[in-house]
Design a protein around this ligand. Sequence first.
Ligand code: TGC
Ligand code: FAD
Length: 392
Amino acid sequence: MRPDLFEAPDYYSLDDLLSEEHLLVRDAARQWVKRDVSPIIEEYAQKAEFPKQIIKGLAEIGAFGPYIPEEYGGAGLDQISYGLIMQEIERGDSGVRSTASVQSSLVMYPIFTYGTEEQRKKYLPKLASGEWMGSFGLTEPNHGSNPSGMETKYKDMGDHYLLNGAKLWISNSPFCDIAVVWAKNEEGRIHGLIVERGMEGFTTPETHNKWSLRASATGELIFDNVKVPKENILPNKSGLGAPLGCLDSARYGISWGAIGAAMDCYDTALRYAKERVQFGKPIAATQLQQKKLAEMITEITKAQLMAFRLGQLKNQGKATTAQISMAKRNNVEMAINIAREARQVLGGMGITGEYSIMRHMMNLESVITYEGTHDIHLLITGADITGMPAFQ
Ligand code: TGC
Ligand code: FAD
């Protein structure tokens, strides 16, 4: 892969709206991605392996629990800093951002929000430092968009819970030390349980042959009569709203992350178009390529504004699920469209691993599907504006 020459587009001077802390956090993440992710990521994506050596660096830039208080090992930052970190990481690779999203929003967030003080103290510092890695088990073979139908269940055995079932498409599963697992009790009520690697009957087979998110490890979580200690249940929230609350946080992060992938594609295409000469002039001087590039920067700027405003609302505790859905849906579609256009600007070179665009394009096919599909987010907006849910 070529040297990383990335220069971030900021057409509407959004940096002027960021605090000194935001800029410091963002620039540290940007430099780390240039130094530690860009040089290796293509190789790891090609061989379909998560680069475990970057876990320490992810922890150091505050990517594990950016908004979790410092007393639990988190970075104690605001929601805009969290978004900026996700943007910079996904500028490098969506799969690496996935690992950070899962660890922060889907593992640390529920332990912090729904867990006991003992659980917070036991798990959060180790997750923040990357000593332990987590996964989040909601999706099942028969229940993806509709997790309320989940079949994974646990039974109260007096001194422990007995967990049975299976989760599919789980990021980080093959190497996770713990999993936050959503399961129904005998009354059919959903609760979160912390399952630890090493518990008898708990296995995590890897899912192979993905064409997308190849630098992220995906797998299953299988529970065959797993004895889960009673102190491992998350007691402070039950029902589908508990996992959906975690998704709000992760989807918010993705709405920023997708901008990073789009910025990288745009920046690569712009540089290439200025240098590539055909018919005696740079292709950037042709109207057709300018149309592509001008539309890309317009869409990126709109997405940046949306994410920034959503970040302000999040900081005030006012962002709604529907607002987050709109931003996730819009920004991921924006990024995938830009990746497709940018790939064409590079002609044949666009399909090679010399450039990041094709990898981003393939990654974004997962991003547009996970954390609620493109369709589901449209339906969430539809339900919000009409008051008439059309899921069924
Ligand atoms: P619905 O009737 O709407 O809601 C059920 C209960 O939950 C409450 N609720 C929420 N609570 C907190 N936060 C939210 N965001 C909430 N949304 C809903 C709601 O008030 C209700 O409470 P109660 O007390 O009345 O029971 O539920 P539904 O079954 O109709 O489903 C709605 C729907 C389709 C929107 C939801 O199921 C959904 O979002 N489906 C998509 C599934 C999904 O996104 N899965 C993601 C899996 S994790 C993942 O993909 C990780 S990828 C790795 C990475 O991040 O990088
Ligand atoms: P389905 O729900 O079967 O949907 C299939 C199609 O039907 C989609 O186009 C969908 O939009 C459409 N559809 C569904 N319902 C409706 C409807 N009511 N109206 C109209 N159209 C509809 N899950 C986790 O729990 N943890 C993870 O860490 C995790 N990581 C993932 C990593 C990767 C790489 C991928 C690909 C997925 C991951 N997921 C994870 C799962 C992800 O959240 C699901 O794939 C997603 O929610 C969609 O579920 P599904 O794949 O079962 O598709």
